[in-house]
Design a protein around this ligand. Sequence first.
Ligand code: ADP
Ligand code: TRP
Length: 320
Amino acid sequence: MKKNLLSGVKPTGRPHIGNYFGAMKQFVDAQTLGQYDCHLFIADYHALNLIQDADQMRELTLDLVLDYLAIGLDPKKSIIFKQSDVPAHTELAWIFDTIVTMPYLERAHAFKDAEAKSKEINVGTFNYPVLMAADILLYDTDVVPVGQDQKQHVEYARDIALKFNHIFKSDTFKLPEPLILESVATVPGIDGRKMSKSYNNTIPLFASREEIQKTVMSIVTDSNGPEAGGVPANVYAIHKLFRSEGDLKALYETNKGKYKILKEALIEDTDTFIKPLRERREKLVGAVKNVVKVLEEGAKAANEKASVKLIEVKKAIGVL
Ligand code: ADP
Ligand code: TRP
């Protein structure tokens, strides 16, 4: 039997190249390799912590399916579905809620960050890792391709699996492993911090040429800092995604201190990479019927698997 791979992305806005290199590319590579049964979903219930407008939620969800298809995910090869279409996720999350403690969830990085920013945190944000553990554990997942920022969440899923198995004297859940590629674990944004939708420092994955130009030109450079040698660190760090370090060494050496030329080279390389993805996505827009069908079929396949696991869980806890 093949191993199981599972990952999800929240429909919270346009994905960026950090999402792609850190996580989404691994989805496509795994599908191509054919080594895993791939389960790739849209984490709409997780996004509900942020997106609280029905029209926006619908639109962002359809957009993310188009993004998945445009990067090369194929519903014939991977199960592509929406979290809210599979009620077992939230049902299992409740069961986990009864064995997970509050101090344990208070230690989560994401919760601490939210706490530092605001006084009023909703229960969904607090419980986020519990729903994510349910997402992962329902499908006997072996590997979870994600960026570094999600590592702790996968560790939480492992802890919760172990705790459940121990309390209910069973081997119901497998222990998942994060799949994090070191070179792209945290892709930096145009200001050198982690690239993130919430920092406004992204290069969108399907950006137009004009957007690429504008964004790359606004990459922060600092000739007094570590760039004293004439190498703009923030430009170089992004450039590394598209070209080998050998190639770049020559380019950056020849053009020491010439930030405009280096940025122009980055614009070309970024556009060469993005163009085919952008064109594929443009062709898919308008095929809403297709998207609906992809989600319907994905929901059916995911529900079949998840309901078998949930019955096993219900037997283990004694409600069946
Ligand atoms: P964002 O932080 O931009 O809101 P998401 O939370 O939607 O991104 O993340 C979707 C996936 O992309 C996750 O697996 C996450 O770890 C990965 N990811 C997000 N930002 C980066 C980054 N800068 N570098 C590497 N991976 C990332
Ligand atoms: N928390 C992930 C993110 O912010 C999204 C997500 C939800 C996820 N459930 C998951 C990722 C299960 C991997 C596995 O990007």
